[in-house]
Write a protein that binds this ligand. Sequence first.
Ligand SMILES: CC(C)(COP(=O)(O)OP(=O)(O)OC[C@H]1O[C@@H](n2cnc3c(N)ncnc32)[C@H](O)[C@@H]1OP(=O)(O)O)[C@@H](O)C(=O)NCCC(=O)NCCS
Length: 193
Amino acid sequence: MLPERIVTRRLVLRRGRREDAPLLKRAIDANLDHLRAWMPWAMEEPSPLEVIEERLDRFASDFDAAADWAFGIFPPDESAVIGGAGIHRRTEPDTLEIGYWIDARHTRRGYATEATEALMRFGFSMPEIERIEIRCDPRNIASAGVPKKLGFRHIATLANDTTTPTGDPRDTMVWEMTRPSFDLQRATLESFQ
Ligand SMILES: CC(C)(COP(=O)(O)OP(=O)(O)OC[C@H]1O[C@@H](n2cnc3c(N)ncnc32)[C@H](O)[C@@H]1OP(=O)(O)O)[C@@H](O)C(=O)NCCC(=O)NCCS
């Protein structure tokens, strides 16, 4: 199972709670174009505060039921939401998928990579997990840069398997980290320490 709070070198990843709604709304509303370019849920934004509160309640109950884990990404003092990351179950019980977004005012500092690396480690702390995937539009160079930097392998590009936020057909790049690759990467790093 995943902890409610994960502290990385520069970030706090924390299970969202209802009280975070104003900070989350502020971050989403300031990033509408940035998010709508790639994330279908952003087409429904901006949402009223109550809708965001209900969403956070739903995220929290899914988190507690170990059905799905959505984290807010905060700076160490938790004074703002600077992004979101989730680790999601997929149809195969041994597979998880990681997703992320970072406020455009905080991009290109390695935050998505730092958050994803932490979620990957916690994902593989669950013994039943054998694979972690990241999926993105092949045109989303910034998103594809994250798994690439973390040593995920590009295993497929699925043609026309989904749609863009505006409803056009879209390909999907699939990136994979398997447990053996993760273990090997960790062992290699440890041997240099
Ligand atoms: C995708 C996203 C989360 C990346 O966040 P980020 O914190 O800027 O990413 P990182 O700084 O960890 O970047 C990791 C690598 O990706 C690549 N990258 C990131 N942004 C890039 C850009 N704008 N152009 C080209 N490469 C980019 C780089 O290789 C980078 O490593 P480097 O800085 O050492 O060269 C952010 O751009 C975002 O929120 N986009 C909108 C939402 C979205 O697309 N989410 C993913 C949907 S699948």
